[in-house]
Design a protein around this ligand. Structure first.
Ligand SMILES: Nc1nc2c(c(=O)[nH]1)N[C@H]1C(S)=C(S)[C@@H](COP(=O)(O)OP(=O)(O)OC[C@H]3O[C@@H](n4cnc5c(=O)[nH]c(N)nc54)[C@H](O)[C@@H]3O)O[C@H]1N2
Ligand SMILES: Nc1nc2c(c(=O)[nH]1)N[C@H]1C(S)=C(S)[C@@H](COP(=O)(O)OP(=O)(O)OC[C@H]3O[C@@H](n4cnc5c(=O)[nH]c(N)nc54)[C@H](O)[C@@H]3O)O[C@H]1N2
Ligand code: SF4
Ligand SMILES: [Mo]
Length: 700
């Protein structure tokens, strides 16, 4: 069957090339089969070198999402109290007139346009629908800026302090490694196409080590699983480095040529002998020494660093510290060695052209999305009077739900939600707008897991009256009277200049070719070894064990360990009342709160659960199947207990993110998470969360 990017006449059967838009490092290449104007199949492109013809179960059933009976198909206006989700149908003209009239009124009032806040994250990661016309619109309007910190900003800042940018080992090289350390990451669930490379390495004799407080689906398939207490990874990394130095398992030549601050680092490491690190992490000292010996002697060695370790008060520094390891053993010399946090920094995305920050005229304030609860309840300077939510579902995903819900319930808050479904957040909207899915709009994609650029061609016409983000902001700009040419650019125009054309890694990239072929590799060598000869994108050009940049910000210039904000070490009084550390990492069949409303998720996950270690369960008289109340000072929720040693003792696990309204007690794990931020990157600290658990009776 010929591959044909544009949709042909409805009578023909065509296969359209697309890209998965979801917040997942794999950014798969899609083939969408369309017959008579209707998509009938979504598959992974067999020719794309990382997708290799497979999709995860969520997106293999993408048609369930696109053609779901619950889709919002036309604009809606609220008719019931906020939160009840009662709406009536209106037309697009009325919806857009209502929004623009309200924005004009607020902008002209003494509060000014900063009283308007956009709220978006990564519902789609396409460069057009994630960050183009929307940013231009809010910049020109003079709205408050949003600090997008809910996911990766701590790790990104920490990794950058050591390495310089989000650049690392090529996913395709993992199969050539002999030791793979999977650290705070669960690739079987959240990074499937990396996992297939790891399995290939295992078949070729590689050793796999998982570092995770939870025996995840990935951890159970590794040769070694170390389960430290949450938020103690920096101490573990310092302990490993201590042993590497003590036993001289170092690449002295690499250190001398390509690193900065080795002497100061060695000084710091004196504070972290294995015995002390064992006390901090809850691991055996022998296991820490064994990890260091493996790390220092098996080559090539690569670390998959991921998000688990960064969702704690010291999360940024934890990432910075772990990122020091590869340089000490010279792991970067080999294309299959080093570390991968994110590959996003490899892409020369032209954010200036996409987002037009030059349109900002009023030096607006910045609001942190991770503390949206507090921000909405704060009446100062000026208050947030309007919020426009797209690509995100904050009522379900933002920490400290009690405050988030109270904020969104404010009668005087004008709230617009643009989404595919009537989410938990949409229930609080004054106006709901219907969004297209990936099959219905154009986009161009970078990735944070591999090194390809992808095109997404629209496969079908928008379902119902749905419109893409770009189109809605074009229409709103017209109504607001914004006359700059950039508001008239088509999606294809924007796609053409999404990357900096003069950048060496963009050489050969071209939108026309891309949309025909679906994907193109960045202009990087097949044997990509970015730091084999140093060339770190740091201020010194070296791997910075010592960071002058951090010192100037008043931050410890050397790697260090900060205990979690909520732990026995940092707050013994709190830990006495709430002795269990709760983490709420991703469930396999959802993607954050996306897909968590679809039958596949609800049938497979059944009900929201709390996994608890047998010792902790016994102490509380809890058995599997019991309903338990999970609580702290911020809130409470009810879950079904599953007693299992997958959770280490002292740690409880609530796989997430459930829709509140689809959960038995109408809440989710963010009832107990807090709004405290990380040391670097101002990120959310979802996994820095002490709770107590009590049995509330047996359902049987
Ligand atoms: N199926 C599916 N895939 C997803 C997502 C999803 O919701 N579902 N979400 C996507 C998004 S937005 C993201 S950011 C990524 C996240 O994907 P991952 O990077 O894999 O991150 P998490 O699942 O948050 O955490 C991974 C592991 O870290 C462990 N962990 C928790 N705290 C700590 C700690 O302090 N130290 C260590 N060492 N480990 C810890 C958890 O138990 C978990 O098993 O996945 C993406 N992919
Ligand atoms: N307790 C707990 N909370 C967490 C996490 C955790 O591990 N534990 N993880 C955190 C992380 S890592 C992240 S990234 C955040 C994720 O938080 P969000 O980025 O808010 O992700 P989703 O919950 O998937 O919500 C995305 C919404 O965008 C919509 N959408 C998709 N495509 C489009 C489009 O083209 N246009 C418009 N207008 N809408 C679209 C989807 O339908 C969906 O409702 O959650 C965070 N919250
Ligand atoms: S969610 Fe991830 S694994 Fe699934 S199809 Fe999309 S990119 Fe691929
Ligand atoms: Mo995320």
């Amino acid at each position: 069957m010929p591959l044909d990017p544009p949709v042909r006449s409805p009578a023909s059967r065509t296969v359209v090339r697309g890209a998965c838009p979801h917040d997942c490092p794999d950014t798969c290449a899609l083939l969408v089969t369309v017959e008579n104007g209707r998509a009938i199949k979504v598959e992974g492109a067999p020719d794309h070198p990382t997708t290799r013809g497979t999709l995860c179960t969520k997106v293999a059933r993408y048609l369930d999402r696109t053609y779901a009976s619950e889709r919002v198909l036309h604009p809606l206006r609220r008719v019931g109290p906020k939160g009840t989700g009662r709406f009536e149908r209106i037309g697009w003209d009325e919806a857009l007139d209502t929004i623009s009239a309200r924005f004009k009124e607020i902008a002209a009032s003494p509060d000014g346009p900063q009283a308007i806040l956009p709220y978006s994250y990564a519902g789609t990661m396409g460069l057009l629908q994630y960050c183009s016309m929307d940013r231009r619109f809010f910049h020109r309007l003079g709205a408050s800026l949003l600090d997008r910190t809910i996911c990766s900003s701590a790790g990104k800042a920490g990794y950058a302090a050591t390495i310089g940018a989000s650049i690392g080992t090529d996913l395709e090289q993992f199969e050539n490694a002999k030791l793979i350390v999977i650290w705070g990451s669960n690739p079987i669930v959240s990074n499937l196409h990396l996992w297939s490379r790891v399995q290939e390495a295992k078949r070729r004799g590689a050793k796999l080590i998982a570092i995770d407080p939870y025996r995840s689906q990935t951890a159970e398939k590794c040769h070694v699983h170390l389960a430290p207490l949450p938020g103690t990874d920096a101490a573990l990394a310092l302990g490993v480095m201590n042993v590497l130095v003590a036993e001289d398992l170092l690449d002295h030549d690499y250190i001398a040529r390509y690193t900065l601050g080795f002497e100061q680092l060695v000084e710091r490491l004196r504070d972290y002998p294995p015995r002390r690190v064992a006390q901090i992490t809850g691991l055996a000292a022998d296991d820490i020494v064994a990890l260091a010996r493996d790390y220092g002697t098996i080559k090539p060695v690569v670390i998959r660093l991921n998000y688990g370790m960064q969702r704690h008060a010291g999360g940024g520094m934890a990432m910075r510290t772990a990122a020091c390891l590869p340089a000490l053993v010279g792991a970067w010399r080999d294309p299959a060695g080093g570390a991968l946090l994110s590959s996003s920094g490899t892409y020369p995305v032209d954010n200036k052209a996409l987002e037009r920050p030059d349109l900002i005229w009023n030096n607006p304030r910045t609001i942190n999305m991770s503390t949206i609860g507090d921000a909405l309840l704060d009446k100062n300077d000026p208050p947030i009077r309007a919020i426009y939510v797209y690509n995100s579902n904050p009522v379900a995903v933002a920490p400290e739900s009690v405050k988030v819900v109270a904020g969104f319930s404010r009668e005087d808050l004008f709230c617009v939600v643009h989404d595919v479904f009537l989410t938990d957040t949409a229930d609080y909207a004054d106006v709901v707008l219907p969004a297209t899915t990936q099959l219905e709009h154009v986009d161009v994609h970078s990735s944070y897991g591999h090194l390809y650029v992808l095109a997404n061609n629209p496969a079908i016409a928008p379902v119902g009256e749905a419109k893409p983000n770009t189109e809605v902001f074009r229409l709103l700009a017209e109504r607001m009277g914004f006359e700059e040419r950039c508001f008239r650019e088509s999606d294809e125009d924007i796609a053409r200049h999404a990357f900096v054309a003069t950048h060496p890694r963009a050489e050969g990239l071209d939108w026309e070719t891309l949309r025909q072929e679906g994907w193109q590799r960045l202009n990087v060598p097949a044997q990509f070894a970015p730091f084999a000869q140093g060339n770190f994108p740091t201020p010194s050009g070296k791997c910075e064990f010592y960071s002058e940049t951090l010192r100037r910000q008043g931050i410890d210039p050397l790697p260090t360990y900060t205990p979690p904000r909520e732990s026995a070490a940092s707050n013994p009084v709190l830990a006495q009342r709430f002795p269990l550390a709760m983490i709420s990492p991703p469930a396999r069949n959802a993607l954050n709160s996306s897909f968590a409303n679809l039958p596949t998720f609800l049938e497979s996950e059944k009900t929201p659960r709390l996994e608890i270690h047998p010792d902790d369960a016994l102490a509380r008289g809890i058995a599997s199947g019991d309903k338990v109340r999970v609580f702290n000072e911020r809130g409470a929720l009810v879950l079904e207990a599953r007693v299992t040693d997958r959770a280490r003792s002292g740690v409880v696990v609530a796989l997430s993110i459930w829709w509140r309204k689809l959960s038995p007690d109408g809440t989710n794990a963010n009832m107990v998470t807090g709004q405290g931020l990380t040391d670097l990157g101002r990120a959310a600290t979802f996994y820095d969360c002490l709770v107590e658990v009590a049995r509330i009776g047996n359902p049987g």
